[in-house]
Write a protein that binds this ligand. Structure first.
Ligand SMILES: Cc1ncc(COP(=O)(O)O)c(C=O)c1O
Length: 482
């Protein structure tokens, strides 16, 4: 499947002549005076290789990467679903890309209107009163949302509130964000069904609670059925409730966090509204809030005035800026395009498809793997490699690696932390019945192999250019040159 590719420096120089480009015959420009001290007559030590070899080298390299445009990518939780190409075409329009945030407002009215209109659409979808687009990613949104909660309590002089409650099934970024904002984190246990244990939550309530963060559907893929009791409990003791809306693709046009009683929410637009993932980079994690938190929102906010749209910086209670200007504008163009292209009906189909696809694959593989919860999941499900580990000794890691040989990206593994040997699978709504069947077939085949030919799993992947790197060092200290 993969072509072994050496480093470009390892090629023999000029194995074939470069006849495709005629040498330039120009007067030598005075580069020395242009570049000043940076100018050197010495040529850099770059490989001198013919064009076709360079093209083949980089084309082969690009084919070594697996992406959502290569095949099914069922990475639960941090899922980035397929981004329709029309989003890219629209985001590339000159009117969007050739403008600058420091231009006079009257020359960027269309861009401001897009942000204003997107804010209204997200408020409708999620049941909030306002949205900011400044945060760059989901975790950045959490941090921003918690700053709003903190600003609210401090503004009221309620400074003893120093605790944020986070369920043990939460995404790892939730406790990390709370700690970064300076809160103590208290964990609330899940009950035997995999949902927040209300009795355990009641015991944590006190006048020191600043708020609770809830991922819903949670990281087991389950909808928190007692969500209104949860939000009421926290409100009754004076805390605020934060909705981790990274999984909002499961509830689009079905239920709204605002109606469930939440005060603040962030969205992972890469998963819900088909935009590239941020990873702290040029992505977006918009944060929505109810009216009473609006004074604390990052500035500027886009407002509509009699003479047009404007950026309002006059926000004395604002938490300030969490990113320059209005955040990743191009990402918001893509999210807007996705909402308009789908319309209300289409977005409803998105959530229905996400849930149906997850349940379909789960039902097909249920017999072959242990399942983390017997409850019907929403958009993602958690199975485990515990049975296989106990049997032949092949663990979740081996199963995930073997999936690569079958042409799939592995699911998220060993997460959520509360499920030993977890595999978190999110097929997403874009996959066809045939794609889903192929994924389920591969998982079933691997379960058989785990019994009959465990060595196949232990040595997997056999088809990839790299088999089993030290994953921590490969991620933290990648060697990208010879
Ligand atoms: C439930 C949940 N919360 C938060 C995050 C963090 O989002 P990001 O990776 O954009 O920072 C994720 C990851 O996608 C997630 O699945």
């Amino acid at each position: 499947m993969y072509k072994d590719t050496k480093l470009i420096f390892a090629y023999e120089t000029k194995t074939k002549p470069n006849r495709l480009i005629a040498p330039l015959d120009l007067d030598k420009p005075d580069l020395a005076s242009f570049y000043g001290e940076a100018y050197s007559e010495e040529l850099p030590d770059l490989p001198d290789i013919d064009e076709v070899s360079v093209i083949r080298h980089y084309t082969n390299l690009s084919a070594m990467n697996y992406g959502v445009e290569t095949g099914t990518y069922p990475l639960g939780s941090c899922t980035m679903k397929y981004n329709p190409k029309v989003n890219e075409d629209l985001a590339a329009l000159d009117g969007f890309t050739m403008t600058h945030p420091l231009q006079p407002e009257e020359t960027v009215q269309g861009n401001l209107e897009l942000l204003y209109s997107l804010e209204q659409k997200l408020c409708d979808l999620i049941g909030m009163d306002h949205f900011t687009f400044q945060p760059s990613a989901g975790a950045h949104g959490e941090h921003t949302g918690l700053l709003l909660i903190k600003a609210y309590h401090e503004d009221r002089g309620d400074t003893k509130r120093n605790i944020i409650i986070v369920p043990d099934s939460a995404h790892g970024t939730n406790p990390a964000s709370a700690a970064m904002v300076g809160y103590q984190v208290r964990e609330v246990a899940s009950n035997e069904k995999g949902r927040v244990d209300l009795e355990a939550l009641k015991e944590l309530m006190s006048d020191q609670v600043a708020g609770l963060m809830l991922t819903n559907p949670n990281t087991l893929g389950l909808f928190e059925t007692e969500v209104e009791e949860i939000t009421k409990l926290v409100h009754d003791c004076g805390g605020l409730v934060y909705y981790d809306g990274a999984n909002a693709n499961a509830i689009l046009m079905q239920a709204r966090p605002g109606d469930m009683g939440f005060d603040v929410v962030h969205l992972n637009v890469h998963k819900t509204l088909s935009t590239p993932h941020g990873g702290g980079g040029p992505g977006a994690g918009p944060v929505g809030c109810k009216d009473f938190l609006a004074p604390y929102l990052p500035k500027p906010v886009v407002v509509r005035r009699q003479d047009g749209f404007a950026l309002d910086y006059d926000r004395p209670k604002s938490i300030g800026k969490v990113r320059a200007f209005t955040g990743s504008f191009g990402i918001m163009v893509r999210a807007y395009a996705y909402i308009l292209a789908n319309g209300a009906e289409g977005l409803k189909e998105v959530s229905e498809g996400a849930v149906a696809n997850a349940n379909y694959v789960l039902e097909r593989v249920r017999e072959a793997y242990d399942v983390a919860s017997e409850e019907a999941p929403m958009h993602e499900f958690v199975i485990t490699g515990a049975r296989q580990k106990k049997g032949s000794g092949c663990n979740t890691h081996d199963i995930a690696k073997r999936l690569i040989d079958y042409g799939f990206h592995p699911p998220t593994v060993y997460f959520p932390l509360i499920v030993p040997e977890a595999m978190m699978v999110e097929p997403t709504e874009t996959e066809s019945r045939a794609d889903l069947d192929a994924l389920a077939d591969a998982l079933l085949k691997i379960a058989e192999e785990a019994e009959d030919k465990p060595e196949l799993l232990r040595g997997a992947p056999h088809q990839a250019p790299i088999s089993r790197p030290d994953e921590t060092r490969a991620a933290r200290k990648p060697i990208v040159k010879a």
